[in-house]
Design a protein around this ligand. Structure first.
Ligand code: PMP
Length: 418
């Protein structure tokens, strides 16, 4: 009998048997309110009947078409359909399997399109675990530790995490843009920079919405220097933040390359990069691909996911329920000074724990996370110090389920404080 490698770090001891909507049911039949959504993946909830039906039908028709050998209909239909939701002008897409793979594909494309090498990523960013994506990731030591040397051609600039700096958002953005300007004439000369790579909400790094003025500052610097702006929308895309794409919280802003995965196919492995023709056409033909990319069942599930998101108005629901969650959590935090900040955008909400001295308090976050799990509320932690408890309900979450989650969290905070 083989056993799983101890490399696995599991957030809860729960063994699930099945899922339905916002709930998971464990092997003992106990119900858990799932505010992890498979790390922001099960956008339409667990086993949405329309996604299930589309996948079942596709499984019986064609499982694997292999797009570098033969083309298949679900991939073509999904490509066309994405035109309805992609930002104007971004009309070329290419499919892969995971977020990490798509991040690496975006780097490949940016380097091909610009003939430059350097990618500037931001402190605390998470872009994946494969070696190239890990080289761009600074959300926590475990992703990078002991595996170097890392891929070259990467520079890091400060991310405007205002709460950590202890400054206003305006001051933080001004500081970070100033630092970026310095980096563009020192460590990473602008003429060598292919792209800025940023998450519209810093995800694994602590659930910090990127201030609109910072994204605008990046766009201006990109335009002035022939640098591409890559939006890593792996976690923020597909309605999660209350807009279809996270970057759409900034009026008029468009990235040059957009990366999507997670919520795209409600749990089937699928990711994509998207860019305007002028950029995508610079890719060396054949330089992107893979055995499983654009899998037919995953594409069929993605088509059904889009139908459900549109028909059930899930983007608006994410915005509404996100606000309700944020308000509820802020009220819950009033009696718990250890919860020093509650922030978020749409259905990406983080609770940051600090000690009385203002130091990151991973122990308190872990206690509250564990107490929530004991009460049937599944959550995750994040942040470089592990001191942020984050909530990522599925986009189908109802007001009653948000209230249930807030109530369980309040109980967990009380229990963890004892
Ligand atoms: N980018 C972001 C912003 C992510 O949140 C993640 C996953 N948490 C990734 C990339 C990597 O995606 P995957 O785990 O599918 O490789």
């Amino acid at each position: 009998m083989a056993r799983l490698s101890p490399v696995l770090q599991q957030a809860t001891p729960v063994q699930v048997a099945r899922g339905e909507g916002s709930y998971l049911y464990d092997t003992d039949g106990r119900r858990h309110l799932d505010f992890t959504a498979g790390i922001g993946v099960t956008s339409t909830g667990h086993c949405h009947p329309r996604v299930v039906a589309a996948a079942q039908e596709q499984v019986a028709t064609l499982i694997h078409g292999q797009y570098t050998t033969v083309m298949h209909q679900p991939l073509l239909r999904l490509t066309e359909r994405l035109g309805d939701v992609l930002p104007a002008g971004i009309d070329r897409v290419f499919f892969l399997n995971s977020g990490s793979e798509a991040v690496e594909a975006s780097v490949r494309l940016a380097r091909h399109a610009t003939g430059r090498q350097t990618i500037i990523a931001f402190d605390g960013g998470f872009h994946g675990r494969t070696m190239g994506a890990a080289a761009l990731t600074t959300s926590g030591a475990k992703i990078r530790a002991g595996i170097g040397p890392m891929m070259g051609g990467v520079a890091f600039a400060p991310f405007p995490y205002a709460f950590r700096y202890g400054w206003s958002e305006e001051e933080t953005v001004a500081f970070c843009l100033k630092e970026l300007d310095r980096i563009l004439v020192t460590a990473a000369p602008a003429r060598d920079v292919a792209a800025f790579l940023i998450e519209p909400v810093l995800g694994e790094g602590g659930y910090v919405p990127t201030p609109p003025a910072f994204l605008q500052g990046l766009r201006e610097r990109a335009d002035a220097n022939g640098i591409l702006l890559i939006a890593d929308e792996v976690q923020t895309g597909y309605g999660r933040t209350g807009r279809f794409w996270g970057h759409q919280h900034v009026d008029g802003l468009a990235p040059d390359i957009l990366i999507t995965a997670k919520g795209l196919a409600s749990g089937f492995p699928l990711s994509a990069i998207a860019a305007p023709e002028a950029i995508m056409s610079k890719a060396l033909p054949g330089s992107q691909g893979g055995t499983y990319g654009g899998n037919a069942v995953a594409c069929a599930a993605a088509l059904a996911t889009l139908d459900v998101i549109q028909d059930e108005n899930l983007v608006a629901n994410a915005g509404e329920q996100g606000l309700r969650l944020l308000e509820g959590l802020r009220k819950a935090a009033v009696d718990h000074p250890g919860v020093a900040d509650v922030r978020g955008l749409g259905l990406m909400v983080g609770n940051e724990f600090l000690t009385a001295d203002g130091a990151p308090d991973a122990a308190a976050a872990t206690r509250a996370h564990g107490a929530a799990a004991e009460r049937g509320l599944l959550l995750l932690t994040c942040g470089p110090f592990g001191n942020v408890v984050r909530m990522i309900p599925p986009l189908v979450v109802t007001a009653e389920q948000v209230d249930e989650g807030v109530e369980l969290w309040s109980e967990a905070l009380r229990a963890a404080a004892r």
